[in-house]
Design a protein around this ligand. Structure first.
Ligand SMILES: Nc1ncnc2c1ncn2[C@@H]1O[C@H](COP(=O)(O)OP(=O)(O)O)[C@@H](O)[C@H]1O
Ligand SMILES: NC(=O)OP(=O)(O)O
Length: 313
């Protein structure tokens, strides 16, 4: 029987790995991703999609900043909403064109995600966005009050990334799913909003981790499986070292121990493992972390880091 599968598409599915996010690269990457998604749909699974936006939202806020003397800049949460629109548009075009017995009907929901105004993440920016720069350029941006960090491939701006509490527009996604649409929702983790004491919602400048938001969305839409599609086939213990060992079939208990022991890097594999753990711990059937080209095999249980509640099937 077909499953209801939430697929979280990582940066490699959206653009090239250098973070430049040129339009042609984005279109090429999304088209490739959608051939894999369409294959799952053709196999009878109902798919819900979410996606990252780190390179895109960073580039967009930078453009706002560079053009600030000419046109009024918009805040980061507006940029998140804009990237949901542009990436959702690419996904809709690509999925509707992908080879499948029937053309897909696809809808993108501009989605707000509730966060806690007191989340300590607002005081401690960790989320890398935009393209890489060299140190001199990064230092110039720092003089304007931004926070930049050195990564392996260069310097990148980092912004606050609060924990997602609730995907507020999940009911709209569910309504569209019930009408037969394949839905794209909570792109870029969702537009971060806080609830003020008078009950009104207010956008806040942050970028939510898309894997953690994918877990919250997956539970809201009652997905059976959460698939986190990235550019490596497994989460690995001892990553990059001589004793590197892929994590394959694993229970939440075993994986929680590995996570607590610090085996997965905080800016990359860590949130994916955390999202997979939270999903299964809170009642989801199964979570898988694998590379995009393996998502079909991952669902049939042959590849990937496959997280289950008890003894793996
Ligand atoms: N323990 C680990 N196991 C596997 N990959 C890891 C690990 N630690 C860090 N990584 C890195 O995490 C990357 C995937 O994370 P990320 O780049 O954030 O993905 P995406 O943009 O696809 O969401 C892999 O390309 C790999 O280099
Ligand atoms: N919002 C988010 O987590 O995007 P990336 O996965 O592209 O970093």
């Amino acid at each position: 029987m077909g499953k209801r599968v939430l697929i979280a598409l990582g940066g490699n599915a959206m653009t090239t790995s250098d973070g430049s996010a040129a339009p042609a690269d984005q279109w090429h990457a999304v088209r490739r991703a959608m051939t894999h998604v369409a294959a799952l749909m053709s196999a009878g699974h109902q798919v819900v999609l979410t996606h990252g936006n780190g390179p895109q939202v960073g580039n967009l806020i930078l453009k706002n900043q560079l053009a600030a003397h000419t046109v009024p800049p918009v805040p980061l949460d507006w940029c998140v909403a804009q990237t949901q629109g542009t990436i959702g548009n690419l996904i809709m075009n690509a999925l509707e064109q992908a080879p499948a017995p029937e053309p897909a009907r696809v809808a993108t929901v501009v989605t707000r995600t509730l966060v806690d105004a007191d989340d300590p993440a607002f005081q401690r920016p960790t989320k890398p966005i935009g393209r890489y720069f060299d140190e001199d350029e990064a230092r110039r941006f720092e003089e304007q009050g931004q926070i930049w960090r050195r990564f392996e491939r260069g310097w990148r701006r980092v912004v606050a990334s609060p924990d997602p509490v609730e995907v507020l527009d999940a009911p709209a996604a569910i309504a569209l799913m019930e009408l037969g649409y394949t839905v794209v929702a909570a792109g870029g983790g969702g537009v971060p909003v806080v609830r003020d004491p008078d009950g009104t919602l207010r956008g806040v400048e942050a970028v939510i981790d898309k894997d953690l938001a994918a877990d919250v969305l997956a539970r809201a839409v009652r997905a059976t499986d959460l698939v986190i599609a990235t550019d490596v086939p497994h989460a690995v213990v001892g990553f990059g070292g001589p004793d590197a060992k892929p994590v394959e079939a694993v229970t939440v208990r075993e994986l929680r121990e590995l996570q607590d022991a610090g085996h997965f890097a905080s800016g990359s594999m860590g949130p994916k493992v955390e999202a997979a753990l939270r999903f299964v711990e809170q009642g989801g059937e199964r979570a898988v972390i694998t590379s995009l080209e393996h998502i079909g095999e991952a669902l049939s249980g042959n590849i990937g880091t496959r997280v289950s509640r008890g003894v793996e099937e």
